[in-house]
Design a protein around this ligand. Structure first.
Ligand SMILES: [Zn+2]
Length: 429
C-alpha cells in the first residue's frame, strides 16, 4: 500500500468531490451494508421485523428515518441476552481478530479475518489536524481494552506517521519520551495534555522551548474555547478537536479553519428529535444519530446522546461533506420545570434561530413557591432591536417548551465559559 501524498486531505479527490456525487456514492454503499445486515445480522433482523420493516421498504438514505434508532441500552440488553456481541455481528465470532471491552463489560468486535473494509475516518481527522507522513505522534489514549487508541494508531499508519504508543499515565516518563524523541504531535484528552504541561513545568522545563510539539489533536472530552486557548498559549501549538464514539468511530473533526466538525467519508450523520427519531429542520439542534458502514459490526442509526446541529455555512477548506457546528452537550440533562421536562437541546431550538445571540443560559429559580424560568441572553453586539428580539424569544419559549419563560439580556462576558445550559438554582429545604 502506498502512503497518500502529504497535504491537508487524506483523499482529496473524495473529500472535495461535489456533495451530490458523494451522496450518490454513500447511498450505494449504505444499501450494500443494509443488504449485508438483512442477510447476516440476527439482531437487526429481529429489530426491523418487530418494527414491521422489510428490506424493500428502504430504497436509499432518504428512507433512513423509517428505521428505528438504536440506543446503547438496546445494544447492552441484547449483548446480555446473546453474549458476547448481541448478534449484531455479521460474521462467525471465531473470525473476529480482536475484542475490545468498553466500560460496563460491553463487548465490541475489532476487525475480522479476510475483511477488506478500511475505516479511513480517523486518518481523515489526522490530516485535517495537519498531521503528515514522518511525524512523531505520542498517542496517549489508553491501549488497554478500549478501541480508541488502536483506531488512531491504525490511522497514523495510514498517513505514514510514526506512533509512540505511550497510553495514559506515567507523566514523568511521558515528558521525557516527548523530549528525547522530539515528538511533534500529541493525541489525547485536553485534560491530559494540561496534566503533561504542568508536569513538565514542575520538572523545570520551558514547554515551548524544551518540547517540540506543533499540534495537539484532542478528543473524548468537551473542549471549551477557554481551555483550547490555554493549551495553545502555553505550548504555542495548534489544538484541533476530533469527535467520535467507540462503536461508530470518528464522526467529526476540525480542519485548520476550526469552524466546526467535518463529517468523514463513509459516515452518515443525522440530527434528530430524540423523542421521535425524526430528523429536525436543517440547522436546528437535536440528538446526533449516526450510521457507519463497518460490515463486521454495523451500527445503523445509533444514538449518541450528544447534542449538535449542522453548520449552515460551508467551510472554506474545500471539504464538501456536512459539517457539525460543535457538540453542545448531552441531550439527557433534562430539568423539570412546572411539571414539564425542559431539555438543553430544546432550549437551543428556541435560541438558535437568533444569530444576534452570542450566548445564553437558562436559570430555574423559585419565586413565591413557583418555578420561574429565565433565559439570560448575551448579544454579539449592542442592538437597537433588543426589545423586539427579547419578545420574540419569549413567544418561542412558550411555543417550543409549552411553558412560559422570561428573557433578560446581560452584558457580554457575564455567562461563564463551560456553563451549564440549564442551571437549576431551586432549593428544596
Ligand atoms: Zn474545513
Amino acid at each position: 500500500m502506498t502512503t497518500p501524498a502529504n497535504g491537508p486531505f487524506f483523499d482529496e479527490a473524495r473529500e472535495a468531490l461535489d456533495w451530490n456525487k458523494r451522496k450518490a456514492d454513500l447511498n450505494e454503499r449504505f444499501l450494500k451494508i443494509l443488504d449485508h445486515v438483512f442477510q447476516h445480522s440476527r439482531a437487526y433482523l429481529e429489530i426491523y421485523r418487530a418494527a414491521g420493516i422489510a428490506r424493500s421498504d428502504i430504497r436509499g438514505l432518504d428512507d433512513l428515518e423509517k428505521l428505528p434508532v438504536l440506543r446503547m441500552e438496546d445494544l447492552v440488553a441484547r449483548q446480555k441476552a446473546s453474549p458476547p456481541f448481541g448478534r449484531f455481528e455479521t460474521c462467525p465470532p471465531e473470525d473476529i481478530r480482536r475484542i475490545y471491552i468498553n466500560p460496563g463489560l460491553i463487548f465490541q468486535p475489532g476487525h475480522a479475518g479476510g475483511e477488506t473494509y478500511r475505516d479511513t475516518s480517523w486518518a481523515e481527522a489526522l490530516r485535517g489536524a495537519g498531521f503528515q507522513a514522518g511525524d512523531r505522534i505520542v498517542n496517549t489514549f489508553n491501549y488497554h481494552m478500549w478501541p480508541l487508541a488502536f483506531m488512531l494508531d491504525e490511522a497514523a499508519e495510514m498517513i505514514g506517521a510514526t506512533v509512540i504508543p505511550t497510553g495514559v499515565g506515567n507523566t514523568l516518563m511521558q515528558v521525557r519520551i516527548m523530549q528525547a524523541l522530539k515528538a511533534n504531535r500529541f493525541i489525547g484528552t485536553p485534560s491530559f495534555i494540561m496534566t503533561l504541561i504542568q508536569r513538565a513545568e514542575g520538572m523545570g522545563l520551558d514547554v515551548r522551548r524544551d518540547l517540540s510539539l506543533e499540534t495537539a489533536l484532542v478528543g473524548a472530552e468537551m473542549l471549551p474555547e477557554s481551555l483550547r486557548d490555554r493549551i495553545r498559549k502555553k505550548l504555542g501549538v495548534s489544538v484541533r478537536q476530533v469527535y467520535g464514539t467507540v462503536f461508530l468511530g470518528c464522526l467529526g473533526y476540525e480542519c485548520p479553519a476550526e469552524k466546526g466538525l467535518h463529517v468523514p467519508d463513509g459516515v452518515v450523520v443525522e440530527i434528530v428529535d430524540p423523542r421521535t427519531g425524526r430528523q429536525v429542520a436543517p440547522g436546528a439542534a437535536g440528538e446526533l444519530v449516526a450510521t457507519c458502514l463497518n460490515p463486521v459490526y454495523p451500527m445503523i442509526r445509533m444514538a449518541t446522546g450528544d447534542l449538535s446541529r449542522f453548520a449552515r455555512e460551508p467551510c472554506a477548506c474545500g471539504r464538501t461533506a456536512p459539517m457539525l457546528e460543535r457538540i453542545m452537550g448531552r441531550i439527557d440533562q433534562a430539568t423539570k420545570v412546572r411539571g414539564t421536562f425542559v431539555h438543553p437541546w430544546q432550549a437551543d431550538q428556541v435560541v438558535s434561530p437568533y444569530p444576534e445571540v452570542f450566548k445564553y443560559q437558562v436559570v430555574i429559580t423559585r419565586e413565591d413557591d413557583r418555578d420561574v424560568m429565565t433565559f439570560f441572553v448575551e448579544f454579539k453586539e449592542e442592538t437597537g432591536r433588543a426589545d423586539r428580539i427579547r419578545a420574540r424569544i419569549e413567544r418561542d419559549i412558550k411555543e417550543v417548551l409549552g411553558i412560559k419563560g422570561r428573557v433578560r439580556t446581560v452584558p457580554r462576558g457575564t455567562i461563564p465559559d463551560g456553563h451549564r445550559k440549564i442551571e437549576d438554582r431551586r432549593t428544596w429545604d
